[in-house]
Design a protein around this ligand. Structure first.
Ligand code: NDP
Length: 331
């Protein structure tokens, strides 16, 4: 296509250093977990990528299994790259992952050297790339020795198929062990990808948040809007075009209990007092800690991306706002 990016794309976005590395990431990144599969509209996918990039979102987050079907998001993104965005490749940070189920048999899941290396080769082929910028091990594997998984990441970097590596869904103690192995192997391990939002404080409890800071590693947070719950989406019922209705694989209607909806409404009141949408406030709440590198948002339409970018305009909270938010989610 004739896509040419907005010349002013770098004027408003904030770029944060990823831990103590040389790499900077936009405060807001775009994830392709939902709405980039076989059942989604291709021109909407294109418009979401263009809107993101036109507004300084340089980072696109994928995984081998994003779809449906598995691999479809990488194929669709590869098509957008090839047809429209290829000339901007050096202005983009593209990540992918392996660690969840991808193909049948013993070699398409978890954390073996066999799986990681084969999976990244498949991902590169689907996206039409020679290398990704960041390759992640997607989840801890209790059975594969950590040394084997980390040595696979090392080989991937040495072979030029990834520039940096990350780990996702690890906890603090396992991060510390992984980091020690990767340091010894001189691997540019720079980032942790974990779920973090106003409702889900797991990384504050499992040591990941503190340990990453101590080790100088970045943290990029997924599902920062709790898949859409922390937005105005569900304030007045469940819209037909919402994730609960269109793709309830991971966000089920029963997660929207009366109590949850009450919390969401109270949080929305605080956001309104701050002059933000609830989505903006939910993202700002994560970005208030200056060692969080980025939040990875999902979107079903370009307008949501434009709303979410506004979060960076106010990431300061008063003590009383923070206490009120904590007491609402504890109730
Ligand atoms: P979010 O919590 O940001 O949820 C995104 C959804 O919220 C959108 O699809 C949309 O839903 C709704 N939404 C977004 N912005 C707005 C807005 N401004 N106003 C109203 N509604 C809005 O993130 P995801 O759960 O989608 O995850 C984001 C990314 O994180 C993934 O794409 C993936 O890259 C990564 N991820 C990584 C995982 C891992 O294990 N490493 C696991 C999960 C995600 P609707 O369809 O209702 O419009």
């Amino acid at each position: 296509s004739m896509y040419t990016s907005n010349e002013k794309r770098y004027e408003k976005m904030q770029y944060n250093r990823c831990g103590k590395s040389g790499l900077k990431l936009p405060a807001i990144s775009l994830g392709l977990w939902h709405n980039f599969g076989d059942n989604s509209d291709f021109s909407n996918m294109e418009q979401m990528c263009f809107t993101a990039f036109d507004n300084g979102i340089t980072h696109f987050d994928l995984a081998n299994n994003y779809g449906p079907a598995e691999g479809a998001a990488e194929i669709n993104f590869g098509k957008i790259l090839k047809e429209s965005m290829h000339k901007y490749r050096d202005e983009m940070i593209i990540s992918t992952k392996a660690g969840y189920y991808m193909w049948p048999g013993p070699y398409g899941d978890w954390g073996s050297r066999k799986y990681l290396i084969a999976s990244l080769d498949q991902s590169l082929q689907r996206m039409g790339l020679d290398y990704v910028d960041i390759f992640y091990h997607h989840r801890m594997d209790p059975e594969t020795p950590l040394e084997e998984t980390m040595e696979a990441l090392a080989q991937i970097v040495r072979s030029g198929k990834a520039l940096y590596v990350g780990i996702s869904n690890y906890d603090g103690p396992t991060l510390e062990k992984a980091s020690a192995i990767l340091t010894e192997l001189h691997v540019p391990f720079i980032i942790n990808q974990n779920r973090y939002n106003i409702f889900d404080r797991t990384i504050e409890k499992n040591g990941l948040k503190e340990k990453a800071k101590e080790l100088g590693k970045g943290i990029i947070c997924f599902s920062p809007l709790a898949q859409g719950l922390l937005t105005n989406r569900y304030l007045n019922g469940i819209p037909e075009d919402s994730r609960i209705r269109t793709d309830g694989r991971f966000l089920k209607e029963n997660q929207l209990s009366d109590n949850k909806l009450n919390c969401i409404r109270k949080l929305n009141d605080i956001a309104q007092k701050r002059g933000q949408t609830l989505a903006e406030m939910a993202l700002a709440w994560i970005l208030k800690d200056d060692y969080i590198t980025s939040v990875i948002i999902g979107a079903s339409k370009p307008s949501q991306i434009l709303d979410n970018i506004k979060a960076i305009e106010n990431t300061t909270f008063t003590e009383s706002e923070l206490k009120e938010i904590d007491s609402i989610v504890a109730s």
